[in-house]
Design a protein around this ligand. Structure first.
Ligand code: CAA
Length: 256
């Protein structure tokens, strides 16, 4: 597959993937999801790769969410399919990956961007990172696992607050909540991620795979199916039209 939206390289036993759509703040469009899936499939079969480090290009954003321009005219059915497609190809794939995936969050991690980071096994954030699930401002809910994984990571009370207000939180607060594992300066972000990767690489790859499976088995994933259904419900509604139009017009939405 021809890769347009990612930079990637292997150094030693670490494989680095950088999402590179800087002008769109690395928003996840369909093509980027397919490209990520393609690289993850290749890496899974390559025994010389032991850890994946995933980050965003530039200094402003990790990923600012799903690509709003791509789905602004979607129907309920298309919205539901978008979430289903994302789960299968990327978010669940990362969560259940056989090798550790470390998200190096170098700026905004919003909507599908925070969901991508939460699907990873470890999150390291730079001190300028801002994290949030702003989908309600678009007339939607998180659709790539956010309602489930945020609740699992920070508990129901704070998950309600973040998802219902849509507010962003700073890296230090994310650290206090357990949403990220470490906060470092932007220049130390990869160094810290590599340090964690090296500790993992010293260990048994098969035990690591079983550890990921065992931890994931704590959680029942039936809520993900409900999230996909409810995510689809938002599409095509008046509130969705107002939310997306307000985003394109760079103004606040006016929900009646
Ligand atoms: N999709 C598509 N384009 C996006 C984008 C997104 N999620 N986020 C930013 N962009 C684009 C903007 O449209 C803008 O493009 P133009 O220059 O062509 O206008 C460019 O990136 C730069 O963005 P801003 O001008 O808005 O930059 P800013 O510094 O003023 O604001 C920001 C930064 C606060 C991150 C703001 O861009 C923002 O709020 N982005 C949207 C965040 C969001 O709502 N994410 C959730 C998406 S829905 C989702 O993810 C669904 C799901 O769960 C599956």
């Amino acid at each position: 597959m021809h890769i347009e939206n990612l930079n990637y390289k292997q150094e030693g036993q670490i494989f680095y993937i950088t999402i590179d759509r800087v002008k769109q703040l690395n928003a996840l469009n369909k093509r980027t999801i397919l490209e990520l899936n393609h690289l993850l499939c290749l890496c899974e079969d390559d025994a010389s790769i032991r850890v994946i480090i995933l980050t965003g290009a530039g200094e402003k954003a990790f990923v600012a969410g799903a690509d709003i321009k791509e789905f602004a005219h979607f129907s309920k059915k298309e919205g539901e399919e978008l979430a289903q497609f994302g789960h299968e190809l990327l978010f669940d794939k990362i969560a259940n990956y056989s090798k550790p995936v470390i998200a190096a969050i170098n700026g905004y991690a919003l909507g599908g961007g925070l969901e991508l980071a939460m699907a990873a096994h470890v999150r390291v954030a730079s001190d300028n990172a801002k994290l949030g699930q702003p989908e309600v401002s678009l007339g939607l809910i998180p659709g790539y696992g956010g309602t489930q994984r945020l609740t699992q990571l920070i508990g129901k009370g704070k998950a309600f607050e973040m998802i219902l207000t849509g507010d962003m939180i700073a890296a230090e607060e994310a650290l206090k909540l357990g949403l990220v594992n470490d906060v470092v300066s932007q220049e130390d972000l990869l160094l810290k991620s590599i340090e964690i990767a090296h500790k993992m690489i010293k260990n048994s790859p098969k035990a690591i795979k079983r550890g990921i499976q065992a931890i994931n088995s704590v959680f029942d994933d039936s809520g993900l199916k409900e999230e996909i259904r409810l995510f689809g419900q938002g599409f095509g509604t008046e509130e969705f039209k107002e939310g997306t139009t307000a985003f394109f017009e760079k103004r606040k939405p006016n929900f009646k």
